[in-house]
Design a protein around this ligand. Structure first.
Ligand code: AMP
Length: 280
């Protein structure tokens, strides 16, 4: 596996890999877990070659302590990538991606600032800005993103559409721990009591799902989620939004088709997010 720390090295490797056939790309912030591995396995299986980036993107963090505390585990990550059959990893430092005199940002002006974007101002602008830059360094045929970060997926799909990036965005289902907690690098930052409490997100989403399936309206399902999260003293509800999967518009009443409930809950310093897609 090539370990590329500069744009130049990565471009050279990618140019060679593209001559061998299709290229799959998985952008990550590292501290890899089975959720990332699901994306990576898809990229390896469905393309001639697969590459991964590991970059803890400062532009998508609201405060510097969150950025400083973000888990990092480069050696373990490389072992996972080698085992999965990844051909190259791009591990730039911030100076490879950003310059102090940069003027260009990429923002999906509406999508970035609604729903979870209101909880984390500037977050999605940081995501699109870095992913656009990564797509220009790694012009892959397919790029893989997790449904766990449902709004992020929608934001990336919109950016790719609007800016005519010649890449196909592939969505991958959420991978969970045995107790139902969606795997996340941030789970490592939870204290033991917080970790024990954290599956409440999945419990709340399942309760709401069952209610919706038995004919309840979205407002009742949101009340159920709110009440369930409130039973956990360590959890603070930050956002619940139910959207239509096709349009990403807010869903209300008794919709038909595929909807997604997106949930965001704070445990101390750690913000966890989860989602559940459901076809009615
Ligand atoms: P991150 O390193 O957190 O930026 O995540 C990199 C990619 O992995 C994103 O597309 C995430 O949506 C995806 N991802 C993170 N956790 C999971 C999970 N539990 N299941 C599936 N995909 C995930």
């Amino acid at each position: 596996m090539h370990v590329c720390r500069t744009k130049l090295e990565m471009r050279r490797v990618v140019t060679k890999l593209l001559q061998e056939g299709s290229l799959g790309f998985v952008p990550t912030m590292g501290a890899l877990h089975e959720g990332h591995v699901a994306l990576i396995n898809k990229a390896v299986e469905c393309n001639s070659n697969a590459v991964v980036s590991i970059f803890v993107n400062p532009a998508q963090f609201g405060n510097s302590s969150d950025l400083d505390n973000y888990p990092r585990s480069e050696a373990a990550d490389f072992a996972i990538l080698r085992k999965a059959g990844v051909k190259a990893v791009f591990v730039p430092n911030a100076g490879e991606i950003y310059s102090s005199d940069d003027e260009t940002i990429v923002e999906t002006t509406t999508l970035a600032n609604i729903f979870h974007g209101q909880v984390r101002p500037g977050h999605f602008r940081g995501v699109t800005t870095v992913v656009a830059r990564l797509f220009n360094i790694i012009p892959a045929d397919r790029a893989y993103f997790g449904k766990k970060d449902y709004q992020q997926l929608a934001v990336i799909q919109k950016m790719v559409h609007d800016l005519h990036f010649p890449v196909k965005v592939e969505a991958v289902e959420t991978v969970r721990d045995v107790d139902g907690l969606a795997l996340s690098s941030r789970n490592a930052l939870l204290s033991q009591p917080q970790r024990i409490a954290a599956p409440i997100l999945n419990v709340a989403l399942i309760k709401a799902e069952l209610q919706l399936l038995s004919g309840a309206n979205i407002e009742a399902a949101i009340t159920t989620i709110t009440n369930t999260i409130e039973t956990e003293p360590l959890a603070e509800l930050k956002a619940i939004d139910v959207v239509s999967a096709d349009t990403f518009q807010l869903a209300t009443g008794k919709p038909t088709g595929t909807i997604c409930t997106m949930l965001s809950v704070q445990f101390g310093e750690v913000l966890l997010i989860d989602q559940k897609e459901l076809t009615l």
